[in-house]
Design a protein around this ligand. Structure first.
Ligand SMILES: NC(=O)c1ccc[n+]([C@@H]2O[C@H](COP(=O)([O-])OP(=O)(O)OC[C@H]3O[C@@H](n4cnc5c(N)ncnc54)[C@H](O)[C@@H]3O)[C@@H](O)[C@H]2O)c1
Length: 387
């Protein structure tokens, strides 16, 4: 990546740092729609070169209330990882359910080029991925979407589906009416959502009944059944976002049985997705194969399709490279001296070498003077010159 930020960071050894405010300012300077489109384009581009990546399922550390995950991935030139958590009860104590940050590094040297917030970015990249998948899998002409779960991710999903897919009406439901009211306020005040009709419903069943697309983005660390068989009309596309961890599902197994199911990275989704409920040989299709034209998406207008999204490291790779390129072009963010600057890279000890004590008249001949100065003597012994 030869962005101005990248070359500056590489020459100075400093790392570009993007705070949540920096990413918010990047979105505001570019516009939300351009940002979502740009991220979706990067994600698609990277899914289309699937074989170039060294991939693995993420490393998860589970606890009673949540999970903390590390998501590494690399191609021949760039390495990235994301740190992300999922703690559904966090909102009750004023913390987000999902919080994240990540790193983009140069494979040739290992130098970290970018360290960035990824909490806001995760919402952007998840919405961009959902819309990308729906573009490939939903019935053309889909105009109505149900959005079940109206928390932190929800506005981004609404805007991505409106602008990247042509959704005109969204049916909202959340067990917490305050979350739905917040979403309404945010979208009603947003010119990007001016053409979007929003309707609030009192149950999931009522919200999904007439929808062409059903997005579930709830947070509950349990095997929930938000969507059950018989709730959906033929031809519905399900965008299942919230079932993303062992013991945390949203869609009843019968719905998966009746659907054609698509996943990001099969080994990871078998453990984490709604797919965890199914037998190990339950057939699924990886999304990249559909995008690449290797395998079919939906087979008929009446078929129910489901994108069993869990969030894959490749989407964060794409998002990080998008941020790096765009922040570089817009001169957003600052640099941090994350990696020590050493005159001699073999002499790391120079960082902690004690400063020489001040010489007194009586000890002047026994103590080495400034080690950074010219060669000096300690009890008559020659010290090597410092670089
Ligand atoms: N697949 C991905 O790539 C991806 C990315 C980010 C987040 N997620 C997941 O998406 C989910 C939502 O994340 P968030 O940041 O918006 O969380 P959040 O806590 O801000 O919002 C979740 C909302 O779901 C609602 N909810 C819970 N149970 C419900 C139910 N049975 N019916 C209707 N609504 C219900 C809650 O009241 C809350 O408003 C989480 O489970 C998170 O792990 C997935």
């Amino acid at each position: 990546m030869n962005t101005p930020a990248a070359s500056t960071a590489a020459s100075s050894h400093d790392t570009l740092f993007l705070s949540p405010q920096d990413v918010a300012s990047l979105v505001s300077r570019q516009g939300m729609v351009t940002t979502l489109q740009g991220m979706a384009a990067c994600i698609e581009e990277d899914f289309l070169r699937w074989q170039s990546f060294d991939k693995s399922a993420r490393l998860a550390s589970h606890s009673e209330g949540g999970v903390i995950e590390l998501m590494p991935i690399a191609d021949a030139t760039t390495y990235t990882f994301k740190y992300v958590n999922g703690h559904p009860k966090n909102t009750a104590i004023g913390l987000s359910t999902v919080m994240a940050f990540g790193v983009l590094a140069d494979v040739a040297t290992g130098l970290p080029l970018l360290i960035s917030e990824l909490t806001l970015t995760t919402a952007l990249r998840t919405a961009a991925t959902s819309a990308l998948a729906a573009r490939a899998l939903a019935r053309p002409g889909s105009r109505v979407m149900a959005l079940v779960g109206n928390g932190a991710q929800s506005e981004f999903q609404a805007l991505a589906f409106h602008h990247l897919l042509g959704i005109e009406e969204i049916h909202l439901y959340d067990i917490d009416p305050a979350a739905t009211a917040k979403l309404m306020r945010n979208l009603q005040a947003n010119p990007d959502a001016a053409g979007l009709r929003l309707r609030v419903f009192g149950s999931t069943l009522d919200a999904v009944r007439d929808a062409d697309i059903v997005t579930t983005v709830t947070a509950d660390k349990t095997n929930a059944t938000i969507i059950t068989a018989g709730m959906l009309k033929p031809g519905t596309h399900i965008n299942g976002v919230g079932g993303d961890c062992p013991g945390k599902t949203e869609i009843h197994a019968d719905v998966l049985r009746a659907a054609k199911v698509f996943v990001e990275y099969e080994p990871q989704t078998r453990i984490e997705g709604d797919l965890q409920q199914m037998a190990p040989d339950f057939a699924v299709t990886e999304l990249w194969r559909v995008l690449a034209g290797e395998q079919a998406g939906r087979d008929s207008p009446a078929q129910i399709t489901m994108f069993d999204s869990v969030g894959f490291a490749l989407e964060d790779f794409s998002a990080l490279r998008y941020l790096h390129e765009t922040a570089g072009a817009l001169a957003i963010g600052g640099t941090i001296p994350l990696i020590p600057r050493l005159d001699d890279p073999k002499d790391l000890y120079q960082l902690v070498r004690p400063a020489a004590p001040r010489a007194s008249a009586s000890t002047r001949d026994l103590v080495a003077p400034d080690l950074r100065g010219a060669p000096s003597t300690l009890s008559g012994k020659q010290l090597p010159a410092m670089a």
